[in-house]
Design a protein around this ligand. Structure first.
Ligand SMILES: Cc1ncc(C[n+]2csc(CCOP(=O)(O)OP(=O)(O)O)c2C)c(N)n1
Length: 664
């Protein structure tokens, strides 16, 4: 059945708006937007339960444009659907402080659910949303009272599928039977460097079938009837995630640019824009033109309000019947943390901070009943789990997600859970070294300001025999370089309690916990400053008097610094030991506090951390020094490796004495 006149006019309006916006900006990606205009039209006008007047309604369907470069498609459609995105903003596509940046940005443009751009991320974020939906549905729905019941729609491209991340996430979606996912793969045979035949030839349908997905094909992206049928089949399929392979033609409608790689990322040029408008039967002299009937036809505010009201009624009935659940719901959607008692660990006990963290997690698990997360097949080693919380699987949405050995997907899925809302503080865990495998997702969690936790263990060469492949050296510096990420390396069990407290309470960005494999002494706080100092990023742990020398250490090396400090003091040096678990938190303190901890006049400052020195001069100053590691690690028992690399009492004392002498 041919598309009706109003349908076609609406689709062509999305096309022309997208062309015009890219042309005006003289930058952007017109081709994919033109090709997928029918799909965007269908999703926003007919398929999705959404309300342009309230883009935050909890049970809305979620939409992700994983091919974020084609964002002008989403912007044009959001405008036509009635979202708070004016035509002026479309005209200011990619301009300074516009609502229409070059890739979709979370919390920047209403109707954009997540930041996309690095290909593959959105694909995996959608899987995370599927996890969240399943968990919340199981947690809150009651017989005849479904308050969580929505779908996740994702548009992805060749680039998304080429990225290994989509394999990792697709595999998890299949394993967990996330039947509410409906993905569309834009099969246009074109990437930037030419046709996909030069770099991407596997059978994509077979690949997704093998991953346990329900796979369909639509031969013509312009065929609304075929798309409708595929979407309807996808809805009927409840046990498998669905992917619809949509054959499209990049820059569809443009006489010369169609099917060319150039149409991917370059404006068509004024002549081709005019030729396209003519071919579509439009007036080439009109720019950003929206026919009145299209504006009326595509606006979804009224329908959206109806949908939301219908849900509100269900929600009110549920709230009335299950008031305790309603309280939990409100806490979950507000991201509130309930009351919990911070575990206090006995002085003297030797305990790895990863082990302390396990105890801490059990202490707060009931305070955050919708917190879910897991490790990338390392729970045995990271100890990150909610004991008794059950495993997440296709049958039962437990709190512990077995991510398998898929760090990158874990990162992006945790981000997807966070942007979904309702699941407080999702977390992901692995060895610190493998943060490298998750880094793109960690960076995006920081960029989006997501309240997630990255719980990384085995956080130094002190992990021992696994050797240099597993021993982080440059990793602390690399993570500290990410803006808005708090990297916290607690010194002992009691600092670990505080580290988790800080992590739970941060609302505007991710917190990375760096935890030791090796045992460290639980410091005797009767003699030392309290572990609550962690919350200020750095604090004076102990001093023998107004200092001439400051030893600054992080994590498992704080105990060593303290030992060395005491030895130096016994030998007559006025020394201070500073525990500095988190640079970023310390940066946030008033200058007066920072100067109190690190008095500017004390120039003899020695940092002790088993990683590269890069960045430490910020704290040690231009006359200070660092006990650092400027090479890769080595395979041997952890205490041997640390000893050989200079993390021993004699070396710290010797280096400190030499520094003091040099400075004075
Ligand atoms: C991780 C990542 N690598 C590279 C890019 C740069 N890039 C943007 S789009 C694209 C590929 C374009 O091909 P496709 O995904 O098929 O999109 P289409 O041309 O169909 O719009 C690339 C390499 C990116 N955005 N993300």
């Amino acid at each position: 059945m041919a598309n009706t006149e109003i349908e076609q006019l609406s689709i062509d309006t999305i096309r022309t708006l997208s062309m015009d916006a890219v042309q005006q900006a003289n930058a952007g990606h017109p081709g994919t937007a033109m090709a997928l205009a029918p799909l965007a039209y269908l999703l926003y006008t007919e398929v999705m339960n959404h309300n342009p007047a309230n883009p935050h309604w909890p049970n809305r369907d979620r939409f992700i444009l994983s091919a974020g470069h084609a964002c002008v498609l989403q912007y044009s459609t959001l405008h036509l659907a009635g979202y708070n995105l004016s035509l002026e903003e479309l005209k200011r596509f990619r301009q300074w402080q516009s609502k229409t940046p070059g890739h979709p940005e979370y919390r920047h443009t209403e109707g954009v659910e997540v930041t996309t751009g690095p290909l593959g991320q959105g694909f995996a974020n959608g899987v995370g949303m599927g996890f969240a939906e399943r968990f919340l549905a199981q947690t809150f729905n009651r017989p005849h009272h479904d308050v969580v019941d929505h779908r996740v729609y994702v548009i992805c491209s060749d680039g998304d599928l080429m990225e290994g991340l989509s394999y990792e996430a697709g595999s998890l979606a299949g394993t967990n039977a996330l039947g509410k996912l409906t993905y569309f793969y834009d099969d246009n045979h074109i990437t930037i460097d030419g046709t996909t035949s030069i770099s991407f030839t596997e059978d994509r349908a077979a690949r997704f079938e093998a991953l346990g997905w329900h796979v369909q094909s639509v031969d013509d992206a312009n065929d609304l009837a075929a798309l409708r049928a595929a979407i309807s089949n996808a809805h009927e399929e409840t046990e498998r995630p669905s992917i619809v392979i949509v054959r499209s033609h990049i820059a569809f409608g443009a006489p010369r640019a169609v099917d060319t790689a150039k149409a991917h990322g370059s404006p068509l040029g004024p002549e081709e824009v005019a030729a396209t408008k003519k071919a579509l039967g439009w007036d080439p002299e009109k720019f950003f033109y929206i026919p009145g009937e299209v504006a009326a036809h595509m606006n979804r505010i009224e329908r959206g309000n109806e949908l939301e009201t219908e849900w509100e009624q269900r929600f009110s009935a549920w709230s009335e019947k299950f008031p305790r659940d309603r309280e939990r719901w409100d806490a979950a959607w507000d991201g509130r943390i309930g009351a919990w008692d911070l575990p206090e660990f006995e002085a003297g006990e030797e305990l790895a901070t990863r082990a302390a963290a396990k105890t801490v997690m059990q202490a707060f698990k009931h305070a955050v009943p919708t917190m879910i997360g897991g490790a990338a097949d390392l729970v045995e080693s990271t100890y990150t789990e909610f004991v008794g919380g059950g495993l997440f699987s296709d049958m039962w949405a437990g709190r512990n997600i077995p991510f398998g050995i898929r760090e990158h997907a874990m990162g992006a899925i945790v981000n997807g859970i966070a942007v979904h809302g309702g699941c407080v503080k999702p977390y992901g865990s692995t060895f610190l070294i493998f943060s490298d495998y998750m880094r793109p997702a960690v960076r995006l969690s920081a960029l989006m300001g997501l309240p997630v936790v990255w719980a990384w263990t085995h956080d130094s060469v002190g992990l021992g025999p696994d050797g240099p492949t597993h021993q982080p050296v440059e990793t602390y510096a690399a993570l500290r370089a990410i803006p808005n990420l708090w990297f916290v390396r607690p010194a002992d069990a009691n600092e670990t309690s505080w580290a988790w407290k800080v992590a739970l309470e941060r609302a505007d960005g991710p917190v990375a916990l760096s935890l030791s494999r090796e045992k460290v002494p639980t410091l005797d706080r009767s003699d030392l400053a309290p572990a609550s100092g962690l919350a200020r990023g750095a604090y004076t742990l102990w001093e023998s008097g107004s200092p001439d020398l400051i030893l600054i250490a992080t994590g498992a090396q704080v105990g060593l610094a303290l030992e060395a400090g005491r030895k130096l003091a016994a030998d007559g040096t006025a020394v201070r030991v500073v525990s500095m678990p988190c640079w970023e938190l310390f940066e946030e303190q008033p200058a007066a506090y920072r100067d109190e901890v690190l008095p500017p006049e004390v120039k003899a400052r020695l940092s002790i951390e088993p990683g590269v020195e890069l960045g430490w001069s910020r704290w040690t100053g231009d006359r200070g020094a660092s006990i650092s590691i400027e090479h890769f690690g080595a395979s041997a028992p952890g205490e041997v490796v640390l000893e050989k690399f200079g993390y021993n009492l004699d070396n710290v004392v010797a280096r400190a004495s030499a520094l003091l002498e040099r400075v004075s």
